[in-house]
Design a protein around this ligand. Sequence first.
Ligand code: ZN
Length: 94
Amino acid sequence: MLVECPNCGPREVAELRCAGEVTRRPKETPTVRELNEYIYFRDNEAGIQREWWFCRVCEDWFLAERHTVTHEVLRTWLPVLPAPQEALAESGDA
Ligand SMILES: [Zn+2]
């Protein structure tokens, strides 16, 4: 099975590592329940899911949308960090 690394192009899946579905960090001071859910629970969708992948060739992380039933990887892309002002506004510190 080939998966497109955004840096290297198509690579054998053995050269990559799927690190699981994308999660969202809880707010700055989470409750014990929110923290517990963040650490231990996953949506485990039967369908299209966003995941973190690591390429062992270029040693970079990227995101992928993969269908968890058919294992088809629909698209891959490099993560984009938000601008500092956007990150502050998102965390509620602005
Ligand atoms: Zn790569």
